[in-house]
Write a protein that binds this ligand. Structure first.
Ligand code: UFG
Length: 327
């Protein structure tokens, strides 16, 4: 299969490209390198540098390569930033996604996978969260993904382009060659590992008065390779004539912020000083996914469900790349 990956220089995108190439796919990466890293792009992928805001740029790449499928990772992805800069998220994420969809349907792309998010479920009635849960976006970021999910419904109905919306919970972990390198870093596990590397003095826990067993937020941490494999499975299903689908992707188990820090202490052997700070706006108490849908339909099961393994693999990558992809 020939797959165009937008955001293929980013964290989840670059690792999905690595797995796609391992699975024998032909891959074209489209990325503006705004957040992505050139060194994260697999050497066997064709790289086209460009911005999805430029309709002609993406149109030229799709028309030249005629991919069977598209995996759309390129996006602004931070909940907190989206509250501060709602127009950047509501305008750019949505318009960029539409530019991509328009070229995709024009060139008969058969399968489209959207990186969606647990931020669709800000006020869940049931835990773990299944696909039947009501959608309440928790931020302009979540809203932008919700609208793109809705847009895809029309691409299917009007143009027969099949799609999969994969709602990630907390992506983490690394492979031997690729890992998490954001600037600025805001995610818990890489920040904790930066303390263990001596690059930060401490980790600040954003509140310990949540309605959880130890008072800190509980999240569902899922290994990035398991996410990547879910994309490949979903794409194969779409290209083999499967119907459009939406799946929540997590481990089905939750860990508190304190449990993550404690596990990182065990893995790194570093005391990782922690201090309780104020709540971060918009953080729900608990988010745990039910991935029974994708398990039942496609047989997907996480290969790396243990938090300890996830942190060990991330730690190996951070030790080998203390400055990320910077040499
Ligand atoms: N946290 C801290 N201190 C820090 C950083 C994070 O206590 O310095 C806490 C957060 O408050 C949260 C947990 O650690 O409770 C995890 O936070 P992350 O920032 O690592 O991840 P989020 O759960 O905020 O975000 C993730 C994805 C988003 C997605 C969101 C859905 O990264 O893309 O889940 O809720 F939208």
């Amino acid at each position: 299969m020939k797959i165009l990956v937008t955001g293929g220089a980013g964290y989840i995108g670059s690792i999905t490209v690595e797995r796609l190439i391992k699975a024998g796919a032909e891959v074209i990466v489209f990325d503006n390198l705004y957040q992505g890293h050139k060194d994260a792009i697999h050497p066997n992928a064709v790289f086209a540098q460009g911005d999805l805001a430029d309709k002609h740029a993406i149109e030229a790449v799709i028309s030249a390569h005629k991919p069977d499928g598209i995996m759309h990772f390129a996006s602004y992805t931070l909940v907190g930033e989206s509250v501060e800069k709602p127009f950047m998220y509501l305008r750019d994420n949505i318009l960029n996604g539409l530019n991509l969809m328009e070229s995709a349907v024009k060139h008969g792309v058969k399968g489209f996978i959207l990186s969606s998010t647990a931020n669709l479920f800000d006020d869940p009635e049931h835990m773990p969260i299944a696909e039947t849960e009501r959608i309440v976006p928790g931020s302009p970021y979540g809203e932008s993904k919700h609208i793109l999910e809705r847009n895809l419904h029309w691409m299917d109905r009007l143009y027969n382009m099949r799609y999969a919306c994969l709602r990630y919970f907390n992506a983490c972990g690394a492979t031997e060659t690729r890992g998490e390198d954001h600037d600025p870093e805001t995610h818990l596990i890489p920040l904790v590992l930066e303390v263990a590397l001596g690059q930060r003095d401490k980790i600040v826990i954003f509140g310990d008065d949540y309605d959880t067993p130890d008072g800190t937020c509980v999240r569902d941490y899922i290994h990035v390779v398991d996410l990547a494999e879910a994309h490949i499975l979903a794409m194969k299903t779409l290209l083999n004539g499967g119907s459009s689908i939406k799946y929540n992707l997590g481990n089905g188990r939750g860990f508190s912020v304190k449990e993550v820090i404690e596990t990182a202490r065990e893995v790194t052997g570093h005391p990782i000083p922690a201090e309780i700070g104020v709540r971060r706006p918009g953080d729900p108490d608990i988010l745990i996914a039910s991935s029974e849908g994708i398990n039942h339909d496609l047989g997907w099961k996480p290969q790396y469900p243990e938090l300890r393994t996830i942190i060990e693999m991330a730690w190996n990558w951070h030790q080998a790349h203390p400055n990320g992809y910077e040499k």
